[in-house]
Write a protein that binds this ligand. Sequence first.
Ligand SMILES: Cc1cc2nc3c(=O)[nH]c(=O)nc-3n(C[C@H](O)[C@H](O)[C@H](O)COP(=O)(O)OP(=O)(O)OC[C@H]3O[C@@H](n4cnc5c(N)ncnc54)[C@H](O)[C@@H]3O)c2cc1C
Length: 414
Amino acid sequence: MNSDSSKRTVVDVAIIGAGPAGAVAAALLRQAGRSVLVLERQHFPRFSIGESLLPQSMTYLEEAGMLQAVVEAGFQYKNGAYFVYRDQRSSFDFRDKHSPGWGTTYQVERAVFDDVLIRCAAAQGADVRFGHTVNAVHTGAAPMLDVVDESACAYRVEARFVLDASGFGRVLPRLLKLEAPTQMPTRAALFTHVRDGLALDDIDRSKICIATHPERRDVWFWMIPLAGGRSSVGCVAEASFLDVPHAQREAALRALIRQEPTLNRLIGQAPFLMPVRQIGGYAANVASLHGPGYALLGNAGEFLDPVFSSGVTIALRSAHLAARALNRQLDGETLDWSADYDVPLRKGIDTFRAFVERWYTGELQDIIYYPEQAPTIRRMICAVLAGYAWDESNPYVADPVRRLNALHEVCKPG
Ligand SMILES: Cc1cc2nc3c(=O)[nH]c(=O)nc-3n(C[C@H](O)[C@H](O)[C@H](O)COP(=O)(O)OP(=O)(O)OC[C@H]3O[C@@H](n4cnc5c(N)ncnc54)[C@H](O)[C@@H]3O)c2cc1C
């Protein structure tokens, strides 16, 4: 490896990773006039999982000056979610929700979406370097990153602050040994894209479908219609349930889809458009989302579970909160990162945690399918499903565990 001291770079903020969290943070910091360097080890466009957005995320895309580009990219419009279990069905329209704000969003091919976002950040003046991998970090009042580019040329970046938006790469948690145990069991997903050939009569393309396996309430499928007549399809279960050899993934996913009547009817025969992929053990946590000279954004901090499509929304919320806090600090204020970043971000993550945990026990499924739900309560549940997990005017955000437990007493069968 060559070391090139002439490539030494000095910036206000260095961001590791050009996914949604990194791109939005970069744009917000540029808007405040900061010099921003984004280091991304891959080249875009590149595949990424996480294709169904929540309406709350639109607030942050708008704030980051990215909304117009996202609208013009031609993604599949989304206005809700429907749940299927045996012969039960429950549909949520995100426009009919407790919290104010966006009620619609998009279902996106992440290769395109992430590319659109980082291009917007670059257009606002962020220096984005693809094929540059962060290998080491020195934290403190003047943090430094050691970077290597694709010609194996190593150089050092000096920054006033580092934001780790490296997603499942979890660069700082790994390098600084920040990993903390997650309470989530080890789950996995098998997924692909299919040519769905579905007309509007067959299916509401503007909603994600979450289907529970008829025999296993802790096993579920997503079907996310995308633009251009394709859908993303995946199955999530405890890792041992999906433990199949690489060569059998396609047959295993096909067989699982055929076990769920709605998906079997819609896409049981649909051709797969890419090799079936598997991802597992994605739940992750850290003791603290910040430290001397750095903060962790999006999946580089805590990731719970895919079931409510909350990942990108949490990533963008983290970018919004971190950029706001960091701008104040760079203006000379003394900041309490715990009070100004960690606690407010975790508030919404904890809301989703209460929902996710009760999804897998089946309690939230009882609530979702309960036929006599009061409309006001349904609108409160709907607001969380739409991503408004930080709106404390919603009792299911202010006190999610107690509220959901009490509601389940009413909704449980028999
Ligand atoms: C099965 C599954 C399904 C999901 N479905 C959804 C969904 O429907 N909706 C939703 O909102 N979320 C979903 N998610 C979650 C979603 O994938 C993530 O929450 C989201 O992508 C996080 O964004 P991010 O910006 O934090 O990280 P990422 O999007 O992962 O971006 C991180 C970037 O950092 C780069 N990087 C990593 N290491 C380095 C390094 N050393 N140096 C430089 N660059 C580096 C990576 O190449 C990558 O481009 C799902 C997750 C799983 C596991």
